[in-house]
Design a protein around this ligand. Structure first.
Ligand SMILES: NC(=O)c1ccc[n+]([C@@H]2O[C@H](COP(=O)([O-])OP(=O)(O)OC[C@H]3O[C@@H](n4cnc5c(N)ncnc54)[C@H](O)[C@@H]3O)[C@@H](O)[C@H]2O)c1
Length: 397
């Protein structure tokens, strides 16, 4: 490791010292500023009930009248909630422009960002007082966040997640992005919203497979850092799926613990300076495989397969005992998550996926593996032979 100078440059880089004569004096400027980040994640039941004024406020203060809002919304969600949305904004005399977008993972591309940028320009949105409102699943939120970040170098935006994965995961962090050249989220930024409003009543219209998809990300948190969350899923998983998280008690507790776990991991490391991240569990082999399998595998399903595969790796290393490994697989079955897939049985592809992850993690595997239910450690030395063995175990599961 090179030592560093005061300017933060490695010591082998020499900066010309200022000349003594006044005319030739070379100067250096060091700009040192910091960006305070403060965004909120707020449970807000019945967001479009007329008496709920959350979407009219800006930074906790009432917006200046007249209120204008540009809403970017997943087309499917718009078809389901068109009426309450229009009634709500009409009742509050909001000048509304809605951009419904046909959205899916294959359409998470630069074209979709451009479409939003065009609309922002046509709406002549005010740079500070008129937040863009993004309503939809993780794909819509990621695309809209990127557009908000790029337009006039950044305008405020509000996230309204409408399915489980977006509610517990894509709404919690600061990341935006689109896929590029066949790679997931290859273009993206860190740009948190003003606020994310969580209204789980949206989950009533989400289909079962999408609920299970979101449960893949919740299981991840339970497995690597929250044993009690894992046990809630183990015990109540079936009801959570069939009741779509409606009703008080366990459904709220599960959502709250999942978000709490995410916040604890993200807040001290929002810009990912530290690349050993527990939240990357399930995201080591899956990014390449998810893209290869498109549109067959959903994001949370690919994450779940990665959890299963990584758990087998952990078992082979003696980190996870056979009882706990069985619990992981049983819980995945309760949550109706896939536990095997042909692409997760191909050692060469899995190794290629890991190599891609090593690049993303700056040269080391930094692979989180469970060391029991609710705990994990990082490893940098997983071999091709171990991957081969785990792939053949997964084939038989
Ligand atoms: N930014 C982040 O930190 C972060 C974190 C996790 C995942 N993500 C991203 O999220 C994406 C996956 O998100 P996703 O699984 O939500 O996919 P998605 O956005 O494609 O949504 C999945 C489906 O759910 C439907 N849907 C959404 N709300 C609905 C509702 N209330 N009723 C009925 N149907 C509804 C959508 O129309 C879509 O068909 C990936 O691209 C991933 O990269 C981002």
């Amino acid at each position: 490791m090179p030592s560093h100078t005061l300017l933060g440059l490695p010591s082998y880089i020499k900066i010309n010292q200022p000349q003594t004569s006044q005319e030739n004096k070379a100067r250096n400027w060091s700009v040192n500023t910091s960006l305070g980040v403060n965004y909120k994640i707020v449970e807000s039941k019945d967001l479009f009930a007329i008496e709920n004024r959350n979407l009219l406020f800006l930074d906790g203060k009432p917006s200046k009248l007249p209120i204008r809002r540009l809403v970017v919304i997943d087309e499917k969600v718009y078809s389901l909630y068109r009426e309450p949305i229009h009634e709500y904004f009409d009742a509050h005399a909001v000048e509304l422009r809605i951009l419904p977008l046909p959205i899916s993972e294959p359409e998470k591309n630069w074209g979709a960002v451009e479409r939003i940028l065009e609309e922002l320009d046509a709406f002549k949105i005010l740079r500070r007082d008129e937040p863009l409102i993004a309503i939809g699943g993780g794909v819509l939120l990621d695309i809209a966040g990127l557009a908000a970040n790029l337009y006039r170098r950044g305008i405020p935006y509000i996230r309204v997640p409408t399915n489980l994965l977006a509610l517990v995961d894509a709404s919690v962090g600061a990341k935006t992005g689109v896929n590029f050249q066949g790679y997931r989220n290859r273009i993206g930024t860190y740009y948190p919203p003003l606020v994310a409003f969580l209204d789980k009543t949206f989950l009533r219209t989400v289909d079962t497979r999408q609920i299970c998809n979101g449960l893949g990300e919740i299981l991840k948190i339970g497995l690597v850092k929250d044993r009690e969350l894992f046990e809630l899923l183990e015990k109540h998983g079936d009801l959570l799926v069939t009741k779509r998280f409606q009703g008080p008690g366990v459904p709220d507790l599960v959502i709250q613990r999942a978000i709490q776990g995410m916040v604890e991991e993200l807040e001290p490391n929002l810009w990912e300076k530290q690349l050993e991240r527990l939240v990357d569990f399930g995201h080591s082999f899956s990014p390449v495989i998810e893209m290869r399998a498109l549109p067959e595998l959903l994001h949370g399903e690919a994450v779940a397969l990665d959890l299963a595969f990584s758990s087998v790796l952990a078992f082979q290393r003696g980190l996870l005992n056979s009882l706990d490994l069985d619990r992981v697989f049983k819980t995945m079955k309760i949550l109706r998550l896939p536990t095997t897939h042909p692409l997760f049985c191909k050692p060469a592809l899995l190794y290629e996926a890991l190599e891609e992850t090593v690049k993303h993690r700056n040269g080391l595997q930094r692979l989180p593996l469970p060391t029991g239910i609710g705990s994990a450690r990082f490893f940098n030395d997983v071999t091709f032979e171990e991957i081969e063995m785990a792939a053949s175990t997964l084939k038989q599961r």
